[in-house]
Ligand binder design. Sequence first.
Ligand code: AGP
Length: 610
Amino acid sequence: MCGIVGYIGNKNSVPILIDGLKRLEYRGYDSAGVGILTKDKAEVYKREGKVSELEKYISELKLNSKIGIGHTRWATHGIPNEVNAHPHFNPEKTLLVIHNGIIENYSVLKKSLRDEGYQFVSDTDTEVLVNMIDVFLKKGQNLCNAVRYALSKVEGTYGIAAIYIDEPDKIVVARKGSPLVIGVGDNENLIASDVNALIAHTKRVVYLEDNEVAEIYKDKFIVKTLEDENLKKDILEIEGSIEEITKGGFPHFMFKEIMEQPESIKNSLRGRVILKDGLAKLGGLIGYEDRIAESRRIIICACGTSWHAGLVAEYMIEQYADIPVEVEYASEFRYRNPILSKDDTVIFISQSGETADTLAALKEAKRKGALCVGVVNVVGSTIARESHTGVYIHAGPEIGVASTKAFTAQLIVLSLITLLIARKKNLSVVDGREIAQAILELPNQVQEILNQNELIENVAEKFVSANNFLYLGRGYQFPVALEGALKLKEISYIHAEGYPAAEMKHGPIALIDENMPVVFIAPTDTVYEKVVSNIEEVKARGGRIIAVANNDNAKIDELVEYTIKVPSTIPMLMPVLTVIPLQLMAYHIAVKKGLNVDQPRNLAKSVTVE
Ligand code: AGP
């Protein structure tokens, strides 16, 4: 997820672009760039790092142009650096393009362009798109047609803007899957990924839909379909303050990120599920799949929420891929003398990719010859660069300190890794298809749960004054119990513990009385009946019980005080669904306690110190 902005009018576009990029920085902040047209050339200025780095760089240059485009990056293809930053340009540097999205078939297109003699300076998928457009410009097409023809060859998602030295009176934009808005001004027009970057200039906007392209002039705009049909678009008036809009209208980044999960899950599985063959395709692991599948054992190393994702993966890999798995706290692993060999694979899970303990554990494992696989969100982060191979989870920037959408995206990628290696071992194509189909259904199923936000808020309301909480689950749901407890602790400061439900009678059951809320994660799986007897044990001691159960389970309502229902899927994927109500419950309790949900006390988004 990147941020794009563009301006055409009578003012100097450069300060407007920089301001717009700053408002889009929550979408991506690892590198930024602007592109402008001056009298006789197209100029590009890019910098690695936050928009402020770019601003510092160009502030001395006194740039001035009435047409320009800007981009703040959240890397997907190619690490964050100046070369991979946008805008990208054609060999003659007469065409500049910025892009938000993922070109899935970029390697195929790149090969055909190479065969035509094109060379590439960056590792990005976007540079492929620029040269695709250039092919049609060289065939005499105007910019808008060249963009349309090029996009007709593209698979994936995009929100793009292009400017061309031979047509300096327009910006051409197009979208599919990534947001793009036109800001209608007075003798000036803007384009952007979202209204954040526009609102300071106009509240009159036009939302582009998928497969639409537009020519933006300073005093008019023309919207067409990719098939060149003219479209009439309504100009809408946007409400709300900038503050509100930066969070997309949500009161907190955490809530926004919880609600974004259908989208972030789609992004984490995009182009990675081959349903007909019951297979997963993970470009980052190419060349390492067999070594991973033949591992003597797999060790998963992480911290916090990422460690909980690792615990779920232990169940997945052992169930489907017949490889023994151990899950380690990175902070312990790095100082213990772990017995490792080249036949071992160690998976390092990290949202930020910068967590000090996980990084140190990685260096230790590398020193001992194990294959090191990174499962990371931040592209180009240290853990990603230090790993031998890996997979990006593509959850997009996660601003809220309490990790939510990164957790579910981690589970998606870990289930894809499981499917990939299991299909290299004993998993049949039929069973593979069942898993693949279930993965593809998750975004809609998550949306179904998010639609119950109000119900979950009402349940949370009942427990705002609680001092302690217990979260209990079995099997795949034990890590979810740990994650639910962590979310509540992190943002509401209520003491909470997660436990395997069967462990209760070995001690914690002593804590149970009418003041102890107990959350049972109880989907109808192979251990459900066992969980029911654990519920009975707690109920018998006056515990107040909230249960997360399947939609089709009516009986559990009689057993517990509050029930939150979730759709059914295969056990290995149930954690993606059962964690959502726990995220929302923790969020609502913390908000009702008037706490700073996005920046809770004593915590940092990325723990880069020991
Ligand atoms: C989770 O909500 C916390 N922010 C924290 O536990 C986090 O998961 C942990 O610090 C690991 O971070 P990482 O995934 O960026 O390595």
